[in-house]
Ligand binder design. Sequence first.
Ligand SMILES: Nc1ncnc2c1ncn2[C@@H]1O[C@H](COP(=O)(O)OP(=O)(O)OP(=O)(O)O)[C@@H](O)[C@H]1O
Length: 310
Amino acid sequence: MASVTATDDRPAIEVSHLTKRYGTVTAVRDLTFTVEPGVVTGFLGPNGAGKTTTMRMLTGLVTPTSGTATIAGRPYGQLRNPSRTVGAVFDASAFHPGHTARDHLRVYAAMGGYPDSRADDLLSLLGLTEAADRRTGTFSTGMRQRLNLATALLGDPRVLLLDEPSNGLDPEGMLWLRGFLRRLAGEGRTVLVSSHVLSEIQQLVDDVVVIRRGELVAAGPWSRLAGPPAVLVLSPDADRLAAVLRGSRPDGDPPRVDATGDGRLRVHGLDAAGVADLAAAHQVPVHELVTETTSLEQLFLHLTTERTAS
Ligand SMILES: Nc1ncnc2c1ncn2[C@@H]1O[C@H](COP(=O)(O)OP(=O)(O)OP(=O)(O)O)[C@@H](O)[C@H]1O
């Protein structure tokens, strides 16, 4: 009886000590991380960080100098049914401009051994049915991104690798992409989405893998990396409010209270309700109360600056 390891069934992405050198340029250096199914994971880093090279190694398009990149426990070249396991999107403009969207998908369906009807199913799923007979040369960026996703999904793969799928999308397109990727992850798929536009990707992802100059900077659930939110509070009696807040837990860890420089206080260790209740109990007027979550961009800058300084 053939033995099947647990990793064969779990469509996780596992990158282990992965390195890629091009002559004197090290594009990826000793990179190790795991991407789990069921969530949308952002693969983040500035231009030239090594994201595309890593994704290309995952899909067998680039050979690693050393280390391994596996999907469901195997390198791409050893997958039994690659197009049913992995769908990848690399370039939003790589269409034959004279082909219609339906022609494009039918060509790829034929290459994968799928029936023509699969092309129409995907056009419908991606909201492109009305544009099916239009030439892709006339497509907007958002339509190209949808057609790219349709192509990647032809084999109903368990793992999706999307290189910059939010590039050029308007806010409506971003909202759509967010819903679509969450739905795919909710079906138990593994979804890895790269981007260098951190403010855009924030709303798309649950977990993040952050790289810089080919090296890992941070990985994990975005909410854990960001830490608990702070509270910004504006009071005409800021000094008294600060004293009340600092003295609010005589037996425990007192909240940290810092002046922001623009008249507000930034409070760590209490939520907005806690700050409001204490202010009310001590009759300190409050004019503004805001929960301040770290943006992915702030987190990324923080992580990469720390790394540079160390
Ligand atoms: N075929 C190649 N030959 C030589 N150098 C390469 C090659 N491919 C990538 N590089 C270099 O490797 C580094 C990483 O490039 P890569 O495209 O993987 O980064 P990226 O994070 O995807 O960047 P971007 O966000 O700009 O797409 C860069 O310095 C790039 O110039």
